[in-house]
Design a protein around this ligand. Structure first.
Ligand code: NAD
Length: 326
């Protein structure tokens, strides 16, 4: 019997790659319901799995902000069940907080938080009834740590962490596994698709100092993506590990190089170390960052990081670590 997988946000990026990978499995282990908000964008997916797709894939329209469209998808699943639900769809938002409009902020929370909740709510009762199921959620470093100029995106991703962690506790009773796949920068359309506030617009009330820091941050982001972004293939490997695990754990990290920063939240519970290090990394100059990094590495005796050693720091201030096993 095929495993029925439903994935949200399959027109591009991680969702697209995962759908292709699963639908191309030579033993046809999976039946993939690849869903996307706009079916006009299904060509990339169909071209990649042309010969197989009847048996291993169906493409369906689903907007996670629209409960009706989620319900329609649920009713069109021929097998009448979903074994593995992948909540992947999401959007980014960058810019100074004071420049964000209420509509834009609501839009982000509507997709990233409520859309994810709605999707889980729809498929959960049946999984509970069957005492079986997996829920995989594409998480983000922005859900584990604050990032400047990403306040609302981080709020939405932190909130998703809360939803998943809370659910994971209860769902153990139902033999349903919830897992977050925490990603750092990934080469997808994400940067292009994210809503970026243009502060060059004089009507937006943002002071000159913030504007300068925002510019520095945008450069930092660009360099992070150029130097440290993973390809979707690397991300898919982690998803496959979760899908194939006998008993998946709650959190998986696709890029352990970024964990030292997150771990600073635990080495100093008052938050001071993380906030200082991130300030130096994202909105200050490289020499200052280098000095901060030396300090960070001195505090890296933290348990989960024992195996992780800092090998190299590229000129833009990206941590690269040797050992990825945690
Ligand atoms: P992407 O922009 O290529 O993919 C996001 C997908 O979500 C798109 O196909 C988009 O159409 C879809 N989507 C947006 N709103 C939707 C809606 N209302 N209903 C249904 N689908 C909708 O970027 P990606 O990198 O593949 O993003 C996938 C997930 O990975 C997101 O949740 C994102 O937050 C997360 N993530 C990405 C990165 C990165 O650097 N790319 C880093 C960390 C986490």
């Amino acid at each position: 019997e095929q495993k029925v997988v439903l994935i949200t946000g399959c027109s591009s990026g991680i969702g697209l790659s995962l759908a292709i990978h699963l639908a191309s499995d030579p033993s046809k282990t999976y039946k993939v319901y690849a869903t996307m908000r706009n079916l006009d964008k299904k060509q990339r997916l169909l071209e990649s799995v042309r010969d197989l797709h009847n048996e291993t894939m169906a493409v369906l329209q689903m907007d996670i902000t629209d409960q009706q469209s989620i319900g329609t998808v649920q009713r069109s699943i021929a097998e009448g069940r979903v074994d593995i639900l992948v909540c992947n769809a999401g959007v980014g938002l960058m810019g100074p907080l004071e420049a964000q409009s209420e509509d834009i902020m609501r839009g982000i929370l509507e997709v990233n938080l409520l859309g994810t909740i709605r999707t889980i709510q729809t498929f959960l009762p049946d999984m509970k009834r069957r005492r079986q199921g997996r829920i995989l959620v594409t998480g983000s470093m922005g859900g584990l740590q604050g990032l400047p100029f990403n306040e609302v995106y981080c709020a939405s991703k932190f909130a998703v962490e809360g939803v998943c962690e809370s659910l994971a506790i209860l769902l153990q009773q139902f033999k349903i596994h919830v897992s977050l796949i925490e990603c750092g920068p990934v080469n997808t359309d994400f940067l292009r698709n994210l809503k970026k506030t243009e502060v060059s617009d004089e009507s937006v009330e943002v002071d000159a100092h913030t504007r300068r820091l925002y510019e520095m941050y945008l450069q930092h982001c660009e360099m992070m993506f150029q130097n440290a972004a993973q390809d979707t293939d690397d991300i898919i490997q982690v998803f496959m590990e979760v899908i194939q695990a006998q008993c998946p754990v709650f959190r998986y990290y696709t890029n352990s190089a970024l964990l030292p920063m997150s771990s600073l939240k635990l080495t100093a519970l008052d938050g001071s170390q993380y906030i200082r290090a991130m300030k130096l990394m994202a909105i200050k100059s490289t020499p200052l960052f280098l000095r901060a990094l030396t300090e960070i590495s001195e505090t890296l005796s933290f348990r989960i990081l024992r195996k992780t050693s800092i090998r190299h720091l590229s000129s833009c201030g990206v941590l690269v670590t040797r050992n990825t096993s945690l």
